[in-house]
Design a protein around this ligand. Structure first.
Ligand SMILES: [Zn+2]
Length: 64
């Protein structure tokens, strides 16, 4: 059962591509992975390495 009472994942457009920012600050290109990160954190009180390694690396300079 999925509870979406509190959505902590926000959509952003980064370099013309839609990305999903988790409550923990990590950025994912897959909404479901972002939710999985948030859910894992809420359930376990820590981040999942399996999930965080899927996070998108954000370049400091976004000018292209
Ligand atoms: Zn997260």
């Amino acid at each position: 059962m999925v509870m979406l009472a509190c959505r902590m994942v926000t959509e952003q457009v980064l370099d013309g591509k839609k990305v999903y920012v988790c409550n923990c600050g990590l950025i994912y290109d897959d909404l479901l992975v972002a939710y999985a990160c948030d859910e894992y954190y809420k359930a376990h009180g820590k981040l999942s390495e399996d999930i965080t390694k899927k996070a998108v690396n954000v370049p400091h300079n976004l000018n292209k």
